[in-house]
Design a binder for this molecule. Structure first.
Ligand code: C5P
Length: 232
């Protein structure tokens, strides 16, 4: 995989046409297109099918969490669209097992969301968690191993510990990426692209630093270069 293959662009826009425009501008500077909740609820489901039919790698960031029956059948529908990746909240094994059944024999890779990168220790305390973010991420990363998921979503701050605790046979996908000097926005646990790769991330998820740049392709290429330099 080259640097671009490891770059997932979060297409956090309202309508499919805006996403198509961004994809056309970024081109081969990124390897995976992430369709999140905003776009999924704005006509993005058909865009997932359209991009998959074109041979593009599509990441459906649906962050599923529901009763097992619903998670299983939703996962099966998303697999049928031709998506390459799907996120499921990794809070419990029941939910993850249901997603495993739902993907069946498809190539869909399942990623567990550990703790959203916008949440810090105080936010978790507010939710009633006795664990801090680092411990809860690690705890949930181990659950994903038991469930047989392909990997986890985790911030760069936790990537090294997760890698140590669970070995190399799984994917660490890291959002909360901010190149030096970029605006933080609502993200709490951020890291630069190079540091996240050095910490053990396999893929980086980058939204606003690319999609809101004057030149999204140049922004993506700068991150791709950082990834390649960090990989040596
Ligand atoms: O614009 P920005 O680079 O902050 O976008 C990050 C993307 O990664 C968003 O689409 C967000 O939903 C997603 N994400 C995240 N933290 C997680 C899981 C997904 O920021 N733990």
């Amino acid at each position: 995989m080259n640097g671009a293959d490891r770059l997932i662009v979060a297409l956090d826009v309202a309508r499919p046409q805006e996403a198509r425009d961004l994809i056309a501008r970024i081109g081969d500077a990124a390897g995976v297109w992430k369709v999140g909740l905003e776009l999924l609820y704005g006509g993005g489901i058909e865009l997932v099918r359209e991009l998959a039919d074109q041979g593009q790698q599509v990441f459906v960031d649906a962050k599923l969490l529901d009763i097992p029956h619903t998670v299983e059948r939703s996962t099966a529908n998303i697999a049928a669209l031709g998506a390459a990746f799907l996120t499921v909240h990794g809070h419990d094994i029941k939910t993850m097992d249901a997603a495993m059944r739902g993907r069946g024999k498809s190539d869909l890779k399942l990623l567990a969301v550990t703790v959203l990168t916008s949440l810090d220790d105080d936010d978790l305390k507010q939710q009633g968690s006795a664990m801090n973010a680092a411990d809860l991420v690690l705890h949930r990363a181990k659950l994903r191993s038991e469930a047989g998921f392909d990997g986890v979503i985790a911030s760069g701050h936790e990537a090294a510990d997760i890698r140590k605790a669970t070995g190399t046979d799984f994917l660490i996908v890291t959002p909360g990426i901010r190149p030096e000097g970029a605006a933080t926005g609502d993200q709490a646990r951020i890291m630069t692209p190079a540091k996240a790769i050095q910490a053990g991330a396999d893929y980086l998820v980058v939204g606003r630093p690319i999609t809101r740049a004057d030149d999204p392709r140049a922004a993506a290429m700068a991150i791709t270069r950082d990834i390649e330099n960090a990989l040596g």
